[in-house]
Design a protein around this ligand. Structure first.
Ligand code: FE2
Ligand code: FE2
Length: 182
């Protein structure tokens, strides 16, 4: 596998792994502060990042070298309002810089499996950002967010509020592949 794309897969695996864990901690904080829907949103999105990390991981060729991951993560922690902002900042970086550059590099290098897993993540992060922005508005007003059930595709991580679709709009997986957070 081409080295640049492989390093980008490792970085993306590192970034998604840490986002997965950070969001679980953010969920615990939100729960303590009485925002149970925000907590549920963090848990659902945490699960989507876990799916992304696994998708990236399975594309990596050399799993036995001492490789370093450069995650460019947004850390914290803070109160729930700050944690939501950290979530927005992290998703924005992935949408605006990280995944577009990784996709272009993988495409240039003919690494089609990596293109696919990066595109799955990019499409999902856009939805995560919107959901966090909605949560931010509510918490700024001192309220929990109004949130329907949240669905996560266990193939590509795609995340949406409401009922599971018959077919995932990103990867085409069937309805049964969605995990519901309610
Ligand atoms: Fe995300
Ligand atoms: Fe999907």
């Amino acid at each position: 596998m081409k080295q640049m794309t492989e390093q980008n897969l490792i970085n993306a695996f590192g970034g998604e792994s840490m986002a997965h864990m950070r969001y679980l901690h953010f969920a615990n904080t939100a729960e303590k502060e009485g925002y149970s829907n925000v907590a549920r949103l963090f848990r659902a999105i945490s699960h989507a990042e876990y799916i992304h990390a696994g998708d990236h991981y399975r594309e990596i060729d050399h799993l036995n070298d001492g490789l370093v991951a450069n995650s460019m993560g947004a850390f914290g922690p803070g109160d729930t309002l700050k944690n939501i902002q950290l979530g927005i900042d992290g998703e924005t970086f992935e949408i605006m810089e990280m995944y577009p550059v990784y996709i272009e590099t993988a495409r240039f290098q003919g690494e089609n499996g990596a293109v696919r897993t990066f595109e799955w993540a990019l499409n999902t992060e856009k939805e995560h950002k919107k959901l966090y922005e909605k949560a931010k508005k509510a918490v700024e007003a001192g309220d929990d967010v109004e949130l329907d059930s949240v669905q996560v595709c266990e193939v590509c991580g795609f995340t949406l509020e409401g009922d599971a679709p018959d077919k995932c709009p990103i990867c085409g997986a069937k309805r049964e592949k969605f995990k519901s957070f309610e």
